[in-house]
Design a protein around this ligand. Structure first.
Ligand code: ADP
Length: 321
């Protein structure tokens, strides 16, 4: 039996994907192109190809290899020195803004002790599927696939995982079957502890965006976060100032409950780019918490997120690996 005989007998789906086939002494080795298939489909393809080749008369042994144009996936971490500064809100909105710019963006909620992405993307209570040995991300109305520890435990139940368990859970979320997603935003836990360090050392994000509110105390913590990423040589894209200036919903007057300009000055002092400011606004909170990220809409707030996303997008283009 030679190659031509085998080729003729292969089902259409398999012969279309056949890249090479060698037969010698009754042993067949086939290489198939598995581009664009998820893990379950890849396994199916492999099993069917093996069966089809093994059925051929005169073949005593068959081997099948799969190759795929791996999607080159990049990851950006969103970090903050402390909690409550709007890191999760920014992650969700930047993901939407980057998707609008054409990036196939997904969100990993690495904030394992306070996961809020399921709420921000309105898919709380849903469970990820499994494909082969990998988790499959959960779709959202905003069009962003999401995976969060919040999707693995009961809502509202505190996660008491320590170092290695937390690290493994995070690994499963990041190494999930992200399919065509080519950009992952990782919402890191606040602070500069072990979970953050393990995550950046193991999964090496392409860069990190630091979020801070304008108060001095928050900025001191942000500086600590910058320091952590510098020590492990992860590029810091820059600093975003969130909750900057409050526009009174009645008279429109802007006040600065947390001060003004502090983050920009701090970014200069730390020698990192200042990426922009997001105002403190009732509708950012209301829309985000209701699962409809304002970055998906139109208007001044959507523009703020788009401006920051644009800088990240430019950076990614300039540093195409
Ligand atoms: P973190 O992830 O840093 O803990 P969150 O993103 O969960 O912070 O934000 C904390 C709270 O502040 C949420 O209720 C969120 O809706 C609100 N918030 C975040 N950013 C803004 C903003 N720019 N304007 C108004 N509320 C905001």
């Amino acid at each position: 039996m030679n190659e031509t005989h085998i080729r003729k007998r292969l089902p259409e789906e398999i012969s279309r994907r056949l890249q090479s086939l060698r037969v010698a002494d009754g042993k067949a080795v086939a290489v198939l192109d598995a581009s664009g298939l998820d893990e379950a489909a890849r396994n199916r393809l492999e099993t069917q190809a093996l069966a089809a080749i093994q059925q051929t008369e005169g073949i005593s042994e068959a081997r099948v290899g799969l190759v795929a144009d791996r999607v080159k996936r990049r990851m950006i971490a969103i970090a903050s020195g402390k909690g409550g500064v709007g890191k999760s809100t920014l992650t969700a909105n930047l993901a939407v803004a980057l998707a609008r710019m054409g990036h196939r963006t997904g969100v990993v909620d690495a904030d394992i002790y306070g996961p809020s992405q399921p709420k921000l993307f309105a898919n709380e209570g849903e469970r990820p599927g499994v494909s082969g040995k990998k988790l499959t991300p959960i779709a959202s109305a905003a069009g962003i696939p999401v995976l969060s520890v919040g999707h693995l435990v009961e809502p509202g139940r505190a996660v008491a995982w320590r170092g290695p368990m937390a690290g493994n859970a995070l690994g499963q979320l990041i190494d999930a079957d992200w399919g065509e997603t080519d950009l992952l935003l990782a919402d890191l836990p606040p602070g500069t502890g072990d979970v953050q360090l393990t995550m950046v050392q193991r999964h090496r994000p392409d860069g990190v965006v630091i979020v801070s509110t304008p108060q001095d105390l928050a900025l001191i913590d942000a500086a600590r976060a910058v320091q952590l990423f510098r020590e492990v040589s992860v590029p810091v894209f820059g600093l975003v100032e969130n909750m900057a200036g409050y526009a009174c919903p009645h008279c429109g007057e802007i006040s600065d409950p947390f001060g003004h300009g502090g983050a920009e000055t701090a970014a200069q002092a730390m020698d990192i780019p200042f990426l922009g400011r997001i105002p403190l606004a009732l509708d950012i909170r209301a829309a985000s918490d209701a699962g409809t990220p304002p970055a998906a809409g139109e208007g001044a707030h959507a523009d703020c997120f788009a401006a920051i996303a644009g800088q990240i997008s430019d950076w990614l283009e300039r540093n195409e690996g």
